[in-house]
Design a protein around this ligand. Structure first.
Ligand code: GLV
Ligand code: MN
Ligand code: MN
Length: 422
């Protein structure tokens, strides 16, 4: 049983072994589309196999497993209508992903459920694995949790969100996989009974490693805007067109990339800006780029600063384009505001982390997480564990199952304190 400080004793070694086993099992060839990286995303067989793995594991614990109308996965140990505490993350990966990002959070949710049963806590629990957190299938981050939060429109799901692989709409893919996207509004119900929510995740930065801490308690998650700038010029011959007769969309893109760096630095307050995708057409050594698309990823803990950078980069691109006889247009893919975590829950996690006697810190998440969408309706927080050299979204990702087991213990302590206050 938990003591007053929210300390729960679990067999940390056994938990670490089980976490390690699950994470390593899910690197097998059934669970990834690529042998070089972990690559799995919505509606593909590898993703289905991963959900089946978790279905089996939770059913063994006596949980009832279901999937909502688009494929968010749910496992719970109390009947519908009874309050439960939520734990989970996502089990899709970046296209060039590692084994830990997301999957560790679902594996640790499973371990929370196992340890709760094993140590006689019998906590009321509901695990969720959200669909498409990474956007690897449809180019849209935190898609499953945004559907749950009602932050997408039916038109987007039917017509505007397309699969990266074949360009067909999300709607068609969801139907083909056996889901009922027409009932997408019902996805909101998976949060109905939650009295709280905790997601465990690798940090994806170097703060914990470099300061020698084993855990981070997240107090807020940076907001972001994702968008694209498309520049249209003229795809003339690279040899036959003199320098002063060109409409080169590639040069405008280059200027815009440099300006984004300047604007993000100038905005301060932790604002960051990145161009991660460049598409140049026709993409030939001897042709002037007629069309160029660059992606924009702008984030930060202050929404005004983030949106200011987006506004300024759009204006800059249009001006720079006009100076070179080209045209630039900006379109937003999506945005999620900066999200503070629930103060009581953060305090409960801090108390449980202190009680463990291990080193931890309270910090802000620069990366986005499904918890941003859960937090709108449910008191929510996150726990970070260190990852080697801060690496993520690469097969080089690495983390220590012993830290994750400690995270499970701290989460159990916090949930116990929240569920049975006093
Ligand atoms: C999520 O993976 C992110 O890029 O923040
Ligand atoms: Mn993730
Ligand atoms: Mn990620």
């Amino acid at each position: 049983m938990p003591d007053k400080a929210g300390h729960v004793d679990i067999d940390l070694e056994r938990s670490a072994e089980r976490i390690d086993h699950d994470v390593q099992s899910l690197t097998g060839s059934d669970y990834t589309l690529s042998a070089e990286a972990i690559r799995r995303y919505a509606y593909r067989p590898e993703y289905r196999a991963t959900l089946d793995y978790f279905t089996h594991a939770w059913q063994e614990l006596g949980f009832t497993v279901s999937e909502d109308p688009v494929g968010n996965f749910v496992a719970r140990n109390r009947p519908p209508g009874e309050p439960v505490f939520g734990v989970g993350s996502h089990c899709d990966s970046n296209r060039n992903g590692g084994r830990w990002d997301g999957t560790l959070g679902v594996v640790c949710a499973l371990e929370v459920c196992r340890a709760s049963a094993e140590h006689g806590l019998d906590l009321p629990l509901q695990a969720i694995s959200f669909l498409e957190e990474e956007g690897s299938g449809f180019g849209q981050m935190v898609l499953g949790s945004r559907i749950v939060a009602g932050r997408v429109s039916e038109q987007e799901l039917r017509e505007q969100i397309h699969a990266i692989d074949d360009g067909r709409p999300f709607w068609e893919h969801a139907q083909e996989a056996g889901y009922e996207p027409a009932r997408w509004r019902e996805c909101a119900h998976i949060l109905d009974d939650l009295s709280g929510w905790i997601e465990l995740h690798i940090e994806q930065g170097r703060v914990l490693q470099d300061t020698g801490r084993r855990l981070g308690v997240v107090s807020a998650i940076a907001g972001y805007v994702h968008g694209d700038i498309r520049i249209t010029g003229r795809a003339d011959h690279a040899g036959a067109t003199p320098m002063d007769m060109r409409a080169d969309s590639g040069v405008v893109a280059a200027e815009t990339i440099i300006e984004l760096e300047r604007l993000a630095r100038a905005a301060g307050s932790g604002t960051v800006g990145t161009v991660g995708e460049i598409e140049i057409a026709p993409g030939l050594i001897n042709a002037i780029p007629g069309r160029t698309r660059i992606s924009l990823d702008v984030r930060g803990p202050e929404d005004e600063a983030v949106h200011g950078v987006i506004r300024d980069i759009e204006r800059f691109a249009q001006r720079a384009a006009a100076e070179r006889g080209t045209k630039a247009s900006y379109s937003q893919r999506q945005t999620v505001p900066a999200t503070p975590m629930d103060e009581r829950l953060v305090a409960a996690l801090e108390a449980a982390a202190s009680a463990s006697g291990e080193s931890f810190t309270t910090m802000i998440s620069g990366a986005a997480h499904d918890t941003m969408c859960v937090a709108e309706r449910v008191p929510a927080a996150m726990v970070f564990v260190p990852c080697r050299d801060g690496l993520s979204h690469t097969p080089e990702e690495d983390a220590n199952p012993a830290d994750a087991a400690l995270g499970v213990q701290v989460i159990l302590g916090a949930i116990s304190a929240m569920v049975e206050p006093g």
